[in-house]
Structures are given as C-alpha cells and as structure tokens.
Design a binder for this molecule. Structure first.
Ligand code: ACO
Length: 348
C-alpha cells in the first residue's frame, strides 16, 4: 500500500475515518487473513497490532521458533493468538498438493514440483485460501508484485464472470468538491497492462463494486479517453466506447458513462459543454483508465502534484481477496491493508 504523509490535517482526519470505518466493518465479520511473510519484521509487528485491535484473525506463515523468537525480541503481546503454519512441516501439505495437481496437473504441474512449491509461503498462502482454510491474504513487504500475484492467479483465480484482476486506488484529494467529499476511486493503476474492451468493461464493473464495498459510496463511473462523445476518432477511442457498452450490459445497476475526457468527467462546466446529456460527466467519482500506463501515471501525479492520499492498490476480480504491499511499506500500511482485505473477504 502506498500512502504519502500529508501536512493537511483535515485530509489526515478524513483518511483516518476511512480506515477506522474499514476496521469497524471488518470487525462485523471476523475473517482469517494469511500473512505469508510471517517472519518479516514489519509484518509480525502489524500482526500484533491487528490481533490487539481484533478486527481479523491472523494466520502467520513461517518457522514457529523464529516467530516465537521475534515475538519475544520485539516484546509483542498478541502473537500467541495467531495461527502459525510452518511451510516446512505442514500437516495439510498432502491436501494442498492434491489440490494443486487437480488445478494445474493438466498444465504440466508434476507432483515433485507441487511438493517443492507448497513449501514456498506465497504458494502455501494461495492454497490455504483455495482450500477454504483462510479468507484472504496480504503479502509483498518482502516480495515482488509478480511473485505475490502469480500463485494467486494460478490457484485462487478470478470471480465468476471475471477473468482479469486489476488494482484500484482510493484517492483522497484536498478539494472536497471533487468525487465524494474529496474521495475518488481510480483503476486499473496496478496490474493489467493493456486490457481489451471486454477486459476494460470487467475492470469498470469490479471498480464499481470495490467502490461500494470499500470506499462506501455509490459509484459514478467515467470511462476515460482522449475523446468526449465522439470528439476524436481512433481505434483507442473505439475500445473505450465498446467497453462502456459492455460494462453497462454486465452490470445494469452501475452508473457508467463514456467515452469522456478527464476534464469532462470531473468539471461540471466543461461537462455542460462537452457532454450535456451525460448523468456522469462533471460528477464522476470513479475514473477508469484505458490502460495500466495511463492509470499508473495518473494516480502518481495526482498523489504527488495534488498532494492527495492514495490508498491501495486494492486488488479486485480475484475469487478471494489477495492484496500486494509495496516493499517500502510501513507497519501501518500493512495493518490498513489487512483491514481492507478483511472487509473485502467479509463482503464476499
Ligand atoms: N488477471 C487474472 N489472471 C491473470 C492476469 C490478470 N490481470 N495476468 C495474468 N494472469 C494469469 C494468466 O492467465 C496465467 O494463468 P495460467 O498460468 O493459468 O495460464 C498466469 O496468470 C500467469 O500469467 P503470465 O502471463 O505468465 O503473467 P506473469 O506472471 O508474467 O505476469 C503480472 C502477471 C506480474 C501481474 C504482470 O501482468 C505484471 O507485471 N503487471 C504489472 C504489474 C506492475 O508492475 N504494476 C505497476 C507497479 S504497482 C504500482 O505502482 C502500484
């Protein structure tokens, strides 16, 4: 999770409320969140805080002696309440190996390879979720994004009707006239480089659902382009027009419009000129970008130039929530991401 520290107190309070609300929501339905990097310092300290606050159950993957030693070294009071799973000596190993072979034997996975992989914490975490032994996972403090996502893609897979995982950021901007009292959701900013129209439609629908579940407001989704309602002709524009049509078809309960330029999406006076018929233009609180390139660049510019807070990426579209951390994350980032993941798991 990437969060910039801010000098703007009101914004900090707003963000704090968002995280506090998320924790409260998670606490309504206590879910089991697996932390595969159980011997990583920030992770074990975060686990201790989460167990103390009590909004999720924690499964730590790692050597039990090492976890015990770290817990004593850092004077952690709550780790004894965590479930600890030793990847080298796991009583469920055979069950998970069988599951791996069922899921990927046809793709060439051998028993020998499955027995090797299941000792790796990131694979073990994904298999625990697939087997129903955990509800969600947070990892990445010590691993690359691709290494966190690959086992998740291969074993946890996607939700019915969705075949692309994407990453949303909850943006809190200083000017509260934008979005929902300054809160907006941007996607895909993290995962899928070059979506087709069908995939972009799925990203829009998943982002609408993430907005309801995590940000807690009704989404008004703008499908962004460099064209507004036919002002430019290009195959890249056609993709966004088609994605808008498909997304509306996929989930008629969502308010979606496109193609819109970003100014037409969020500025009422420009929307009045460029897209006067649109219910969304000028009032969008969810921005869906046509490619990962545009989404990733945009969220970082808004974060840095606009001094906005960016919470995420919240991964969406997976059959169970698995979220990736930045390797530069803080202990609080991990605690907050577990709260979001537990909330996603509870929604499911
Ligand atoms: N959704 C669902 N499944 C996927 C996705 C996706 N977006 N992408 C790949 N898969 C599946 C594939 O279908 C494949 O499944 P299979 O083995 O059953 O056939 C499996 O995952 C592996 O696919 P590969 O094409 O080999 O994918 P790879 O592992 O090389 O890459 C990855 C996946 C790591 C997510 C890649 O798309 C990537 O690097 N994306 C960019 C991530 C990134 O760098 N983001 C920016 C930084 S994050 C930030 O700034 C916040």
């Amino acid at each position: 999770m990437y969060i910039v520290s801010l000098s703007h107190n009101i914004l900090n309070i707003f963000e704090m409320n968002f995280i506090e609300k998320t924790k409260a929501k998670a606490a309504e339905k206590i879910c089991r969140i697996v932390l595969p990097e159980g011997t990583e310092e920030r992770t074990i300290k975060a686990a201790d805080i989460i167990l103390g606050e009590g909004f999720a159950k924690i499964v730590l993957i790692g050597n039990p002696d090492e976890i015990k030693n770290l817990s004593e070294k850092f004077n952690l009071k709550n780790i004894s309440n965590a479930e600890i799973v030793d990847p080298e000596n796991n009583p469920n190993q055979e069950k998970y190996v069988q599951l791996m072979l069922e899921l990927r034997g046809a793709k060439g996975l051998t028993r020998e390879e499955a027995e090797r992989l299941i000792k790796k914490p990131l694979y073990l975490g994904a298999l625990m979720i697939k087997a129903g032994d955990a509800d969600g996972e947070v990892a990445g403090a010590d691993n690359f994004t691709g290494d966190v996502l690959r086992p998740a893609f291969q074993y946890v897979k996607t939700l019915p009707g969705i075949n692309v995982v994407s990453g949303a950021f909850i943006m809190t901007v200083q000017d509260k006239s934008f979005g929902e009292n300054g809160m907006m959701v941007f996607a895909d900013c993290a995962v899928h480089p070059n979506p087709t129209a069908e995939e972009l439609a799925q990203i829009a629908v998943c982002t609408g659902r993430t907005t309801r579940a995590i940000a807690g407001f009704e989404p008004k989704i703008a499908m962004l382009s460099f064209s507004t309602k036919g002002s430019a002709k290009h195959e890249m524009v056609d993709k966004v027009v088609e994605a808008t049509r498909l997304a509306k078809e996929m989930d008629p309960s969502l308010m979606i419009d496109g193609e819109l330029q970003s100014d037409a999406a969020i500025i009422p006076s420009i929307a009045a000129k460029k897209a006067p018929e649109s219910q969304i233009a000028g009032h969008a609180n969810v921005l869906v970008f046509p490619t990962l390139e545009t989404g990733n660049i945009a969220y970082k510019l808004v974060q840095r130039l606009g001094n906005a807070q960016a919470t995420g990426p919240v991964l969406q579209g997976m059959a169970a929530p698995i979220n990736d951390l930045s390797r530069g994350c803080s202990i609080d980032d991990i605690v907050n991401m577990v709260a979001i993941t537990a909330c996603q798991a509870g929604e499911k």
